[in-house]
Write a protein that binds this ligand. Structure first.
Ligand SMILES: [Fe+2]
Length: 249
């Protein structure tokens, strides 16, 4: 499986505190069947502002340590970019790292309020030749009320990422309900761990794989956990997402 959202890169944000924790997280991920993990440190102005070249260097360093330790995981660069109106220009200029240097950008929205400019920003990113991935859509408190907006964004080409733990209530009842509803409507394009450490928010996708396998079957599980993330890493075009069923949304 491929995990496209994690905070495994050590000492750069609120994720892994040091290299030892990062290596421990990597071992957990491998034990759980993950082969590739994107390092997506927060990019939040005034709070976390990692420089792209620094992220790339640290990813290379982590890959070296993984090899030295015999841990069968490959990490790639990226970031979790908090929304800002000029994001499309910043993606184009390289100030916002796309996933593995490709055409997909992981974007985080504010937890409590849907920003009025967010759809414009997504459309600008698409017009610039990139595909936005909305991080953990089920966890925003505004998302349940904004399902028609979510549907519109899906139809515009935005990919929706759900966090594995949400399916099991790790982020509360509402997030769990919404994750299941999105899954039922075909609006879950990616499932990722959003791992932050080796205990409280560890990596791992197997439990979520099992749930998606039960709900949607083997081939859809493969698309969500393996094939679609692989296409994203290769920088190719993801097939048009399945249309979310309007009557359910
Ligand atoms: Fe995250």
């Amino acid at each position: 499986m491929i995990d496209l959202h994690s905070h495994i890169l050590p000492a750069i944000d609120d994720g892994a505190i040091d290299m030892e924790m990062a290596l421990d997280m990597a071992r957990l991920a491998v034990d759980d069947g993950v082969e590739v993990m994107a390092c997506t440190p927060h990019l939040l102005p005034g709070v976390y502002e990692p420089k792209p070249q620094d992220v790339i260097a640290r990813v290379a360093e982590l890959n070296e340590r993984l090899m030295d330790e015999g841990i069968d995981l490959v990490v790639v660069s990226g970031c979790e970019a908090h929304v800002r109106p000029d994001m499309a220009a910043r993606v184009k200029s390289g100030d916002v790292l796309s996933i593995h240097g490709g055409k997909y950008v992981l974007v985080e929205a504010p937890p409590t309020t849907l920003p009025p400019h967010l759809d414009r920003m997504f459309l600008d990113i698409i017009a610039a030749g990139y595909t936005p991935i909305l991080a953990h859509v089920e966890r925003y408190r505004w998302a349940e009320r904004a399902m028609p907006w979510v549907q519109n964004m899906v139809l515009s080409g935005v990919l929706m990422q759900v966090t594995a733990g949400s399916f099991f209530g790790d982020y509360g009842h509402s997030a769990r309900e919404l994750a299941m509803r999105l899954l039922d409507t075909g609006a879950v394009h990616l499932v990722a761990s959003d791992a932050h450490d080796n205990v409280r928010r560890p990596p791992g996708l197997r439990k979520a794989w099992n749930l998606v396998h039960t709900e949607l079957g083997e081939s859809e599980a493969r698309i969500i956990f393996r094939d679609r993330p692989e296409i994203i890493l290769l920088g190719e075009t993801v097939a048009a997402p399945q249309k979310a069923r309007a009557e359910v949304l």
